[in-house]
Design a binder for this molecule. Sequence first.
Ligand SMILES: N[C@@H](CCC(=O)N[C@@H](CS)C(=O)NCC(=O)O)C(=O)O
Length: 129
Amino acid sequence: MAGIRWILGSLILFLNWVFSPKSIVRNSVLQKEIDQQFSGFTLFHYPACPFCVKVRRVMKKYNLSLKLVDPRNCETGMQDLIKGGGKLKVPCLRIQNNNEGAIWMYESSSIISFLKSQIPEAQEINDAK
Ligand SMILES: N[C@@H](CCC(=O)N[C@@H](CS)C(=O)NCC(=O)O)C(=O)O
């Protein structure tokens, strides 16, 4: 079972690498603003989890540099996720809001919708459809 999971995981990573989306390019001022806007965001993920790959592809496409934590490789990350989010499940997005604490968001499709709602270019692309 572990062998099959390893093969599938490697295949997912390989295909993701081959068909990696092109990143949008922003001018440096705008990119700095976006980096600042997302600086309080952390994505808890496993590298070869297909749901996490879906989220990371959106990050790549929209050039978003969120902090990534693999809870299997980081004991404090795992404790943070279980205590804060309530369960050891990935992907999970932690949105750190200094005034109100953190919001923990599970479900890849919810995370993707939320990320896109924060980026002007994603709305322009949706509007154009
Ligand atoms: N429907 C979820 C599925 C996420 C999921 O199944 N993640 C797996 C890793 S690939 C997991 O963390 N499983 C642990 C669990 O369900 O407790 C999504 O789209 O995010």
